[in-house]
Design a protein around this ligand. Structure first.
Ligand SMILES: Nc1ncnc2c1ncn2[C@@H]1O[C@H](COP(=O)(O)OP(=O)(O)OP(=O)(O)O)[C@@H](O)[C@H]1O
Length: 314
């Protein structure tokens, strides 16, 4: 591969399941050594997109090249350069960690050493444990190990931290960051914006099968249209329009709106300080004051009118 040709080039991908268009004209160009994220709501078409890139599904239209290899015409060569960890991998439940790694080693010409690989994902102490008896986090780590066993130059990881506790999630992020250090290109599918913001060099936001924006995480967050947000609840009744009038006069404020009982102020710079001082000076008592940066979710709302993550009932 020359230094400038992309590691993954997907062009005009389209996939329909009967009446449902899952992927609608998706084109992506991923550079070597990038951690590239695909972020979207449940059902946005993320998994279908990466299955098309991995050569596991045939597109109705469009082409995929991974390091120059046609993903649909040359599956045998693709398998040697691409590692794939998909959601809910179907592994032989009765085999142990070591047995599974040994089995997968036989699929590749120049596989990694079994013991070193198991060590690198922190499973040495569990190497004799059957897959079905591993914790969720251990199963995830094993599935990453199996995606890496053939020394792939490109790796696809789909929802790698879903269902993991915070500690296991952080370990997984460290594993992915280490892949980039070794020059591996990573295509990371997620609906968790924190994960994508931390790890990815660039992100494609997918909605209803289409790429609605593609940029660095910071570049995407700028699409939110504001940098800071302050919310608070007035302690008592406030005459209508008073707060809006007071706050809209501040240089840092871009927008003020009511959201139920809360007041939401969007703007920039040290918004929290500016708003707090103005409220104190005007003698308005407030509670539950919170200042936060704009996130990828705010950008997603600005682009699509909907939130990224479902409002799940907890
Ligand atoms: N095998 C299939 N047959 C029919 N419809 C499918 C099939 N696989 C996916 N779909 C539909 O296609 C759309 C895209 O699904 P896909 O799994 O690619 O989305 P996703 O963004 O990965 O979602 P999730 O985050 O829930 O995994 C969804 O509406 C889904 O219901």
């Amino acid at each position: 591969m020359s230094g400038t040709s992309p590691a993954v080039e997907a062009d005009g991908l389209h996939k329909r399941y009967r009446a449902k268009v899952a992927v609608d004209d998706v084109s992506l160009s991923i550079q070597g050594g990038e951690i590239f994220g695909i972020l979207g709501r449940n059902g946005a078409g993320k998994t279908t997109t990466v299955e098309l890139i991995a050569g596991l599904r045939r597109p109705d239209r469009g082409t995929v090249r991974v390091l120059g290899v046609d993903a649909h015409r040359d599956r045998a060569r693709l398998r040697q350069i691409l590692g794939v960890q998909l959601q809910e991998s179907q592994l032989h439940a009765a085999l142990t960690v070591t047995e599974l790694v040994r089995l997968y080693r036989t699929f590749y010409r120049d596989p990694l050493d079994a013991g070193e690989l198991i060590e690198s994902v922190g499973l040495t102490a569990s190497r004799g444990t059957r897959f079905q008896n591993l914790s969720g986090g251990q199963q995830q780590r094993l599935s990453i190990a199996l995606a890496l066993v053939g020394r792939p130059r490109v790796v696809i990881l789909d929802e790698l931290t879903t269902g993991l506790d915070p500690e296991a999630r952080r370990q997984m992020w460290a594993t992915v960051a280490a892949l980039r250090e070794n020059g591996v290109t990573v295509l990371l599918v997620s609906h968790a914006m924190e994960e994508v913001e931390r790890l990815c060099d660039r992100v494609a936001l997918l909605d209803a099968g289409r790429v609605v924006a593609l940029d660095s995480p910071a570049g995407l967050v700028r699409r939110a249209g504001f940098a800071q947000r302050v919310t608070f609840v007035p302690a008592g009744p406030v005459p209508e329009g008073l707060l809006e009038g007071l706050l809209e006069g501040l240089g840092e404020v871009e927008r003020v709106r009511a959201d139920g009982g809360r007041v939401v102020v969007e703007g920039r710079d040290d918004l929290l300080q500016a708003v707090s001082v103005a409220l104190v000076r005007a003698g308005v008592v407030v509670t539950e004051t919170r200042g936060e940066r704009a996130t990828l979710d705010d950008a997603f709302v600005a682009l699509t009118g909907r939130h990224l993550e479902h409002e799940e009932v907890r």
